[in-house]
Write a protein that binds this ligand. Structure first.
Ligand SMILES: [Zn+2]
Length: 458
């Protein structure tokens, strides 16, 4: 009783500290996240055409900035003078579409001359098989990203004093020892970091205890982590804490992940889409629509040659002035969605296609196989804890399976029949090698990929 009173007192004190003291403290220490947040939180409520105008103004400013200050785009500053009367979208087309490879090969040329290298920070973004994109960003980006996150959380009912449990994979963010300064920091920030690079049942129990103890109602992190907590709950019958909203990020939110998580936690999962290098591209509202954060990015949907209504997503982000990402082919597929959402937010809509480009398999004739196919193939085979398809070459696939010990004979039969099924359904001369393994190693990013293409076709 005494303990629970103490817990409640501590949590309330921390709430008050976060609500009234933290914003002032942030201003004093030069952190601008609250200022950015108050600037951007009301934008979604603006009328659609006003948001569109704001987006075009930002795009104009950003492109002119890049043409003037970024060596990679120097040749475009003359175009800018000539095209003063040309609208911004026509000017945009002069900028080449860039990829991770372009950035890697032209790194020095892509940094703005307004900054010295010492004034910038170095960032890394994970690739599919552990390859990393290195990029620079200006100091303001971190605070802007925090504000973007706050706005996305607010769509799920969160308010700035509410604590959030953040499930992350990267070691570099997680190595803080639980010292007094760390604890103080997390009470003031309200961010409880949960190292999720590796975990087991015992660690899941610890996470749940922390969530319970600090009365955390909002969770943020990789979908697979929440999915695994849900499976753990199903297996053990453990009581889950009361959660108001779960924000899924960085990893594909597979349909059966979503339903399993929502059933276990009895709350809505909000999908968010962005990457380390381009933050806050889109997020889901309570109506289940993905809204493009068009005050932060300008997206282009480039038709893919598959003939379906599939587009490569190319984004221009307005956030990083140290190293602008302009017409960046992020490696994902998406499509614009007509109309506005009933939630009243003026941001346009899009739909995501499951998977990233580098998860897409290729047949010898160049036909692309979307990863969601493999999700469909595995759906319905009970007793599979984790799976991963890898394409080794045009005629060889490998499937790694982590199985539950009580897998049924029926499921085993379905697994042994997979090769025949894939060959038939995809009309593909391919061999499938199945390996039962104890675990599947995670890449340095900490995100599980269920389909990996090892062909070098980029
Ligand atoms: Zn909406």
């Amino acid at each position: 009783m005494k303990n629970s009173m103490m817990k409640s007192f501590t949590n309330s004190t921390c709430y008050i500290l976060r609500k009234y003291v933290a914003p002032g403290l942030a201003v004093l220490t030069g952190r601008k996240r609250y200022t950015y947040y108050s600037e951007m939180k009301s934008v979604p409520a603006l009328p659609h055409n006003q948001i569109e105008k704001m987006q075009q103004d930002k795009l104009q400013y950003f492109l002119s900035y890049a043409a003037e200050h970024v060596p990679f785009y120097n040749n475009l500053s003359d175009v800018l003078k000539v095209t003063e009367n040309v609208d911004v979208l026509s000017f945009l087309k002069y900028f080449p579409i860039i990829t991770k490879k372009t950035i890697h090969e032209n790194m020095d040329q892509m940094v703005s001359r307004k900054y010295t290298i010492e004034e910038l920070s170095l960032g890394y973004s994970g690739g599919s098989t552990g390859s990393l994109l290195k990029y620079y960003f200006d100091k303001a980006l971190h605070e802007k990203s925090e504000a973007v996150l706050m706005r996305m959380f607010s769509w799920g009912g969160w308010s700035p004093a509410d604590p959030v449990a953040m499930f992350w994979g990267g070691f570099h963010e997680l190595r803080g020892r639980d010292q007094l300064s760390t604890r103080l920091k997390r009470f003031i920030s309200g961010r409880f970091l949960m190292p999720a690079y590796t975990y087991n049942d015992e660690i899941i129990r610890q996470w749940l205890k922390i969530i319970e103890k600090y009365e955390i109602r909002y969770l943020y992190g990789y979908a697979s982590v929440f999915y695994n907590i849900s499976l753990f709950q199903k297996r053990t019958g453990v009581r889950l804490p009361k959660i108001n909203a779960i924000f899924s990020t960085a990893e594909t939110l597979l349909p059966h992940y979503r339903s399993t998580i929502e059933n276990a936690f009895q709350c809505k999962v909000y999908n968010q889409y962005g990457s380390r290098e381009v933050q806050g591209i889109a997020c889901e509202c309570e109506k289940g629509n993905m809204h493009i954060n068009s005050d932060l990015v300008y997206p282009e949907f480039i038709p893919d040659n598959s003939g379906d209504n599939i587009h490569r997503l190319v984004v221009t982000s307005f956030l990083n002035f140290g190293m602008p990402f302009i017409r960046y082919d992020i490696g994902d597929y998406a499509s614009p969605k007509e109309g506005l959402c009933g939630c009243g937010r003026g941001f346009p809509l899009m739909s995501m296609h499951i998977g990233r480009t580098n998860d897409h398999l290729r047949k010898p004739d160049g036909e692309i196989i979307y990863p969601s196919y493999f999700n469909k193939v595995m759906f319905g085979i009970d007793g599979v804890s984790l799976f991963q398809f890898r394409q080794k070459d045009f005629h060889n696939l490998q499937l790694r399976l982590v199985l539950h010990t009580d897998i049924s004979v029926e499921s085993r039969k379905l697994i042994s029949n997979l090769e025949t099924r894939i060959r038939r359904e995809l009309d593909w001369d391919v061999a499938l090698e199945v390996h039962e393994v104890d675990k599947i190693e995670l890449p340095p990013s900490g995100k599980h990929r269920y389909v990996i293409c090892e062909l070098d076709y980029a």
